[in-house]
Design a protein around this ligand. Sequence first.
Ligand code: ADP
Length: 260
Amino acid sequence: MPGYYLGIDVGSTASKCVIIDEDKTIVASAVIPVGTGTTGPARAFAASLEEAGIREEDLACITATGYGRNTFEKADMTVSELSAHALGVHTLYPEAKTVIDIGGQDAKAIRIGKNGRLENFIMNDKCAAGTGRFLEVMARILELDVSDLGSMDTAAEGTVAISSTCTVFAESEVISQLARGVDIKSLVRGIDESVAVRTAGLVKRLGVIDPVIMTGGVAGNAGVVTALEYELGTEITVSSIAQLNGAFGAAVYGLQKTEQ
Ligand code: ADP
């Protein structure tokens, strides 16, 4: 029986699991939209095992990453989210130099060093502005699903700029724009641009070196990605496993450590 390696990303907002084989090929994955401190990690773990058609005993190594990585008791080892994202992106995109990861509660700009090692990073984990949380708050006011924001943005003809940088003030600003009857799509573009401007600030401090790959749940929002490309003046490739990249990187880390 071939060896299987499981990576679990116990995030602030979502739980992600990836199982790879010895060739680093993904054989199963799961995303449960609730994170640390919930049933999400256990459900993601069970769902990925079921999809792979294997049992827990068939796993050669379980590696946890993410905000709540130390709470996952089944883990054989842990790795920081920053290292997991760098290694995950390097494995799929060996030329990549910069990772932009926007999750539910933080945003990170990561420089990938030799062999996929973490070389440097800049992170915002203090403020909801510029994270998935900001987008979730705004989607709720607009009675939209967060996954609808990207397509609304790309269909917008204009932009209603959001001037407040604080999520709470920006929320009031969006409500008053709604009361004025502004075009919703243009408002969504303004919201997405606000996240992009905040994130671009982090990436510029790190230094933009191509190729740039984007990961994390917010990479699913095409409006944020396009606005970030504009702010940074460079092309961004959205990882084919954007939200799963941290879990994938953790699985690859477990494989490498086992082989060593
Ligand atoms: P964490 O690791 O902090 O839990 P994730 O990388 O899993 O974060 O991303 C979670 C965030 O991604 C949430 O804020 C969620 O709203 C957002 N998200 C998930 N899917 C999409 C999508 N299709 N479009 C836009 N945002 C999304």
